[in-house]
Write a protein that binds this ligand. Sequence first.
Ligand code: SF4
Length: 189
Amino acid sequence: MTDAPSLSSSGRLLSVGADAGALPLPRVGEGERAAVQSGIITTSLEKVINWGRYSSLWPALFGLACCAIEMMGTGAARFDMARFGCEVFRASPRQADVMIVSGRVSQKMAPVLRQIYDQMPEPKWVISMGACASSGGMFNNYAIIQGVDKVVPVDVFIPGCPPRPEALLDAVVKLQQKIAASHLPSWRG
Ligand code: SF4
């Protein structure tokens, strides 16, 4: 039976018990793995919070055009987005923290897209998937928004028409790296 993890009085020492080496730790390096096997981990609260955030990205169920077909393919078994903790597409923006803008954004759709973004709780991130979402693509006309960053802040842009599922997975990993390197606002005011 595994001992319950505990923090020291300084809040920096985490004891995880003698058989902690059996814990699945797929996203850590050899140094961290050796530390777990020795029974002691030191880390910061910021890293733990970021780890939780980037390990469970939930995209909003939201597609605009042909790029959405590639997004759906990314969630299917062949590409298995679940490996990255990112397959639980949510039908409610209240339960989502990633918006994948997959397809061209029309002038008519832009306020809807913005409303969905506003309904997502903080912290939240945006991936712009494909040439159309990122720049208007081939649709250089008055009906299409020439880049979704005019409507919502974008964290990762994906080029291509359409981008392959591997490109979306690469964007997810880049977003995870960005979240892992982010800093919490100061709690001291
Ligand atoms: S980038 Fe290509 S595949 Fe994606 S929405 Fe535009 S035309 Fe369709």
